[in-house]
Design a binder for this molecule. Structure first.
Ligand code: C5P
Ligand code: C5P
Ligand code: C5P
Ligand code: ZN
Length: 466
């Protein structure tokens, strides 16, 4: 075990001791896959420890949310996948809390489990769910929950930075492998290996973008025909998991050949194959078997105000909860398709260093970021970050998505969104590759103009530092 992991476990033990002083606990978490898995981990641990608990899911932990929580006078509150940015505001309201998070800390707090405080990077070495897994392990025998920790890390895309999970995430992964709950292996990275027909995996590939195949169903089916891949089995479309190993080989090398012929640079082609994470105790052919599909299933619940369904699935509900989640997933997919069609029809406004679209109230603000990410397959110029605007309560929601290439060239969307939103009277943050903000109504044009200049400056800074 690394020294960092030991130090984190020590802090987790201190937090666990504090929690054990109370009988009832209020859990506050974030409405995305990492937030749901974090809540699933801590609630399972609390249930096993015979605690009483209540839960609350928020889009963001702002002052208003904290006021409400303070008014409720809980004995103790556990904040998961959020809270680190609000240490002082938690303290000043007299909320007695344990914070288990991985976002950049602002201020300090007595019971605070966060990788940044122990020399690890919270954007790719430990997720909120990972942090909460350490807390749960300190509360009792909960090692089986490592699989949820990995789903949360993958949901936050922490494996993309190095092409695999590293740091404390990796140590948790290894605990899961030992425990028999997790497996990692090199495989095709395209989305949907457990549940989708093979051609769909190719059709929806956005990273890498496959010119001529991405977005073109017929071309994808034809591509598989030329490789002699049989489509049907017992009247069903075959999925990736239905293929024999030599067939998988054939598809992977076919795709690589195709990319080479299309002139795609090798570092992009390499992204077709990467480390993937399998949940061994889940049934094959279900979303929960694959960390990436599991995280999307969870997003389909919490981002539509149904966090309770995602939480139920995290806590082992494979009947009603799972059934409800799959219905929401079908709607989520439809919304994603509609959103993409909207972007395709309306097009994007291209400035010098960014491109943007304004979805108004046509796309829900909680998924406009996902659509911004997926719309990279539609736009002419994939070398510019995509910025999306959508109507939100009391302002405009902004989502920004970049690529590994852009980061290499100096773009940091987290910095840009945080700085520029503050300049127009809003607030934002996130990760270098994916960030968000809320800005006041009427500030869209000014924000876009300023962001365009700022991102230009980021790239120049990098170019000069070389
Ligand atoms: O709230 P939060 O930190 O979890 O946001 C993560 C979001 O950023 C996800 O919706 C994910 O799709 C996006 N992301 C991305 N590409 C990455 C990393 C994150 O689109 N490489
Ligand atoms: O939800 P998230 O942004 O994490 O999704 C990651 C990727 O998974 C998307 O960019 C998209 O390519 C894929 N996806 C999909 N079908 C869905 C949801 C996500 O193909 N229903
Ligand atoms: O909402 P969206 O998916 O675009 O969020 C991307 C990232 O930006 C997430 O990590 C989220 O936590 C962060 N974000 C933020 N402040 C906001 C909105 C989003 O830090 N106002
Ligand atoms: Zn997170």
């Amino acid at each position: 075990m690394s020294e960092t992991m030991k130090a984190l476990y020590k802090e987790a033990a201190k937090c666990a001791e504090e929690i054990k002083k109370y009988k009832s606990v209020h859990v506050v978490s974030h409405i995305d896959a990492d937030g749901l898995t974090s809540a699933g981990i801590i609630c399972t641990a609390l249930e096993r420890g015979n605690f009483e608990y209540t839960t609350r899911f928020v889009k963001q932990l702002d002052e208003k949310a904290l006021d409400t929580i303070a008014d409720e006078n809980h004995d103790i509150v556990i904040f998961t996948d959020l809270g680190s940015g609000m240490c002082e505001q938690i303290e000043s309201r007299g909320i007695h809390a344990v914070i288990s998070d991985h976002h950049q800390p602002q201020g300090s707090y007595q019971f605070h489990l966060n990788p940044h405080l122990f020399g690890a990077n919270g954007s790719y070495e430990l997720s909120g769910s990972g942090s909460t897994y350490l807390l749960a392990s300190a509360l009792g025998k909960n090692q089986d929950l490592s699989s949820l920790a990995i789903v949360g890390a993958v949901g936050d895309m922490q494996h993309l930075k190095m092409g695999q999970l590293v740091g404390i995430n990796r140590e948790i992964l290894e605990e899961g492998v030992k425990e028999g709950t997790l497996q990692f292996k090199k495989d095709l990275t395209l989305f949907g290996k457990q549940t989708r027909p093979i051609y769909k995996l190719i059709q929806y590939s956005s990273d890498p973008y496959l010119p001529g195949l991405t977005g073109n169903e017929e071309a994808c089916i034809e591509f598989l025909h030329t490789l002699n891949i049989r489509f049907n089995q017992n009247e069903r479309w075959r999925r990736w998991i239905d293929l024999e190993d030599p067939e998988k080989q054939k598809v992977v090398s076919g795709l690589i050949q195709y990319c080479l012929k299309s002139g795609i640079p090798s570092y992009k082609i390499e992204r077709l194959v990467g480390e993937v994470y399998v949940l061994l105790r889940e049934k094959e052919g279900t979303e929960m078997r694959d960390a990436s599909e599991f995280s999307t299933l969870l997003n389909a619940t919490a981002r539509y105000d149904h966090a309770e369904i995602g939480l139920a699935v995290c806590m082992g509900d494979r009947e009603k909860g799972y059934e409800d989640a799959r219905k929401l997933l079908a709607e989520h997919r439809q919304n994603l398709v509609n959103g993409l069609m909207y972007v395709k029809e309306k097009g994007v406004v291209q400035l010098e260093n960014i491109q943007y679209f304004d979805a108004g109230s046509e796309i829900k603000e909680t998924i406009v970021g996902i659509i911004a990410g997926m719309s990279s397959t539609l736009v002419k110029n994939r070398n510019l970050p995509i910025i999306a605007f959508a109507k939100a309560e009391g302002g405009i929601k902004v989502s920004a998505r970049g690529t590994q290439d852009l980061i290499r060239r100096g773009v940091n969307l987290s910095e840009a969104m945080s700085m520029i939103s503050a300049e127009v009277g809003g607030a934002g943050g996130g990760h270098d590759i994916a960030a968000g903000a809320t800005i006041p109504n009427g500030k869209k044009e000014e924000f876009a103009r300023k962001l365009d200049l700022f991102i230009g400056e980021q790239m120049q800074r990098k170019a000069h530092s070389k």
